[in-house]
Design a protein around this ligand. Structure first.
Ligand code: FAD
Length: 449
């Protein structure tokens, strides 16, 4: 990297630092435009980035975090105004252990890796989380019999702490659950987390280690290691497609057509925090051949939530919650926990599912492209494992060594809620927080500063 270019690149990026709100009145559009043109020209003549990441969801942010720690010079481009606002803005905020993930799958491998590292990182970043445990509850004899198969599956997935609980033990742990449960499979390490804050912290940490993040930057083309973007051309030795719900259309920009996104919505019904004390763990139904069913859980901020549903859809945008589904979910929640009353709201997420079940990580060294697609239901839980897999692949499949010195040290992250209740502030940066779990539950939370 030519040293003389650095100040211009930094100065340019101050306009596009992720999610920082610059008042329109404070922007000098003509000089910004000139700067952009100069930057585009200089960028093309400068050394390329080691890696350009497309997409600032939890997967792209985790990949950015890990590669940056390995010493790769990285740039992340996000089409929307802020990171963490696609599929990552509508999930359950659970950190799964993988107890029910398919054995031998890449998904399970990534979740298992993530489990080893994530809790130390959550502590260092002061991100709210809780190992609250999960019960898969059997209400019928048939379901009770199925628990044995689930237990065996959990043990084969190396979740040795998973165990069958008697109804007495279940009700000791969850006294507010409706009567009639026969037993449960209990997985104590299942956890809840603020997944929005996790993604933001991944990105913020990377940014502090010299990574660049461009928001409102859409990738529109790719040829010979150069991305065409709404911010001008960007050159990178390797491009990593983490475009979530648009993974297939972004792949098509590189002439690749190996999968199709089949969006699947998931709706939730949310109860007020005054009912928080009623629930301690997550309550899963016994899955059927057709569905995993909806879960009753508590968020890290204390709301009780029922969901998500699973409906195939055509649209990749977040739809409005459907009133009929809302009523069904509220009824189901109150049936499971009779002390629950009127919900306070609802939200919807869209999963980037594909025609296949497993994660789809495909390598194309001949064109310098790596696709991380179809991370549909466990992207938070697998995020660090996916990032680790990608970083190994860069070395082994792409022969790409980091251009900078590695810096594995973790910096502590401190943050406080913005006054609007929908943002956090870290080191003078304001990050919008799109996730409803944060928006419903925030209460002027502050990490230790
Ligand atoms: C209902 C539901 C419940 C879930 N529950 C859980 C859970 O409890 N635990 C768990 O681990 N996981 C859960 N998940 C899964 C998890 O949320 C996803 O796996 C994860 O969010 C996928 O992240 P991503 O980064 O791949 O995609 P996204 O979050 O969609 O990010 C992709 C980004 O790419 C950007 N982009 C797209 N095209 C372009 C372009 N051309 N140029 C630039 N940028 C572009 C998009 O704007 C977007 O921000 C759930 C998902 C849903 C929907």
């Amino acid at each position: 990297m030519g040293k003389g270019l650095e100040p211009i690149r930094s100065q340019f990026s101050t306009w596009y630092i992720p999610n920082v709100r610059v008042k329109e009145s404070q922007r000098n559009h003509s000089s910004e435009q000139k700067l952009r043109q100069v930057f585009s020209l200089l960028k093309m003549s400068a050394d390329p980035y080691d890696v350009a990441i497309i997409g600032g969801g939890v997967v792209g942010c985790a990949v950015l975090f890990e590669l940056c720690r390995q010493g790769y010079l990285c740039l992340l481009c996000e089409a929307k105004e802020c990171i963490m606002s696609g599929a990552s803005a509508g999930n359950s905020g659970m950190l799964h252990t993988g107890f029910d993930a398919p054995l031998g799958s890449l998904e399970l491998q990534c979740i298992q890796h993530c489990q080893k590292e994530i809790f130390g990182i959550l502590q260092k970043f002061n991100i709210p989380f809780e190992k609250c445990g999960a019960h898969v509850v059997a209400w019928t004899i048939e379901e009770k019999e199925k628990l044995q198969g689930l237990l065996q599956h959990s043990h084969e997935a190396q979740i040795s702490s998973a165990a069958i609980q008697s109804a007495t033990n279940l009700y000791n742990m969850e006294p507010s659950l409706r009567s009639g449960a026969l037993s449960s499979l209990y997985v104590p390490e299942e956890a809840i987390v603020d997944s929005n804050l996790l993604g933001v912290c991944y990105a913020h940490h990377a940014q502090k280690q010299r990574s660049k993040i461009l928001t409102s930057c859409t990738i529109t083309g790719f040829r010979e290691n150069v991305l065409t973007t709404t911010h001008g051309p960007i050159k990178a030795r390797i491009v990593i497609n983490c475009a979530g719900l648009y993974g297939d259309t972004v792949d098509a920009l590189a002439g690749l057509h190996s999968f199709q996104i089949k969006p699947r919505t998931g709706q939730y019904c949310v109860f007020g925090k005054e009912k928080s004390h009623l629930l301690h763990s997550m309550i899963f139904p016994v899955p059927t051949e057709r569905t995993k069913g909806t879960v009753l859980f508590r968020t890290v901020y204390g709301n009780i939530v029922m969901g998500p549903t699973a409906e195939e859809t055509q649209s990749r945008d977040l739809p409005k919650p459907d009133t009929k589904t809302d009523k069904i979910l509220a009824k189901r929640a109150c049936h499971l926990m009779p002390a629950l009353r009127q919900p306070i709201g609802s939200y919807v997420g869209v999963r980037p599912a594909t025609q296949w079940k497993d994660y789809l990580i495909k390598k194309y060294p001949e064109i310098g492209w790596l696709t991380v697609g179809g991370i549909r239901s466990t992207g938070v839980s697998g995020s660090l494992g996916i990032a680790h897999y990608v970083s190994e692949s860069l070395k082994t499949d792409f022969d790409l060594e980091p251009s900078q010195g590695a810096s594995k040290a973790l910096e502590e992250m401190c943050w406080k809620s913005g006054e609007d209740g929908a943002s956090v502030i870290m080191d003078d940066y304001t990050y919008p927080m799109s996730h409803p779990i944060f928006q419903f539950g925030h209460g002027k939370y502050t990490s230790k500063l």
